[in-house]
Design a protein around this ligand. Structure first.
Ligand SMILES: C[S@@+](CC[C@H](N)C(=O)[O-])C[C@H]1O[C@@H](n2cnc3c(N)ncnc32)[C@H](O)[C@@H]1O
Length: 243
């Protein structure tokens, strides 16, 4: 298991929480730089996929500073709940909701993906952007999401992946071993945070391997849609209608 602080014995969940709390103020700027601004278009694409079934109750798990929660308000009549374990990340998200006068559309709640504060089968769609690879227990987090979805409800995950084509894979390796740590040093004094971002991205299951994780918790139809040469993938998984 890849953890942010290798020389600490605390749990991955505790380490991830304090790491994100520590980088919260720089997170948005950093995000734009490390994705070279493309993260916005990945989120737009994901929102367009979510919108296809006109969900009313949408939960954005690991919402962080809330960019995806805000983007989801483009779905007419949808109510969005953003949930995150890191209070400082969520605080920045709350400010954005307030500044954009979206308090009636978005609720921001502190909570753990592995124990979601929501009732069974109550949600139409769940989204997670760059969150699942940070869960302390991936299987538990995915099972919780499955539990809160209505039968036929959908989960959309946006997560890092590794390009399949040799040429792009090589470029990606250069990017994550040279560019990422450099940007990390410029934006934050927590050098572990950026080693963790690239190490965890390299180790995380993607494509078929992640599809299998989704099927294991019960999702029926599972699709993966690689984006930008496969540096990230959008997954769509549907809860069984007879669940
Ligand atoms: C890389 S950030 C992504 C934030 C946001 N979704 C985005 O796309 O910018 C990962 C987020 O996952 C959150 N996170 C990690 N483990 C979590 C858990 N068990 N429950 C809820 N949030 C969690 C972190 O606190 C952090 O805000």
């Amino acid at each position: 298991m890849v953890k942010p602080y290798k020389d600490s014995s605390s749990s991955k969940k505790d380490q991830v929480t304090s790491m994100f709390d520590g980088i919260a103020k720089n997170y948005d700027a950093l995000n734009r730089v490390i994705s070279m601004g493309i993260d916005k278009s990945w989120r737009r694409k994901l929102v367009a996929m979510v919108a296809q079934k006109n969900p009313k109750e949408v939960v954005d798990v690991a919402t962080g500073t809330g960019d995806l929660a805000l983007a989801l308000t483009s779905i007419p009549n949808a109510t969005i709940t953003g949930i995150d374990i890191a209070v400082e990340m969520l605080e920045i998200g709350k400010q954005k909701v307030y500044q954009n006068k979206l308090d009636r559309r978005i609720k921001m709640v502190v909570g753990d993906a592995e124990s979601l504060p929501l009732t069974d089968a109550s949600i139409d769609a769940v989204t997670v952007a760059f969150g699942v690879r940070n869960f302390g227990d991936l299987n538990k987090g995915l099972s919780e999401i499955y539990r809160i979805l209505k039968p036929g409800g959908q989960l959309f995950v946006l997560e890092t992946s590794v390009p399949k084509k040799q040429f792009f894979r090589f470029g990606y390796k250069l990017y994550s071993s040279l560019f990422l740590p450099l940007v990390g040093r410029l934006f934050s004094s927590d050098k572990n945070a950026y080693t963790y971002l690239s190490d965890s991205a390299a180790a995380f299951p993607y494509g078929e391997a992640f599809n299998n994780k989704l099927k294991k918790v019960g999702f029926s139809t599972v699709e993966d849609h690689p984006q930008t040469f496969g540096v990230v993938t959008i997954y769509k998984a549907t809860k069984r209608i007879d669940a």
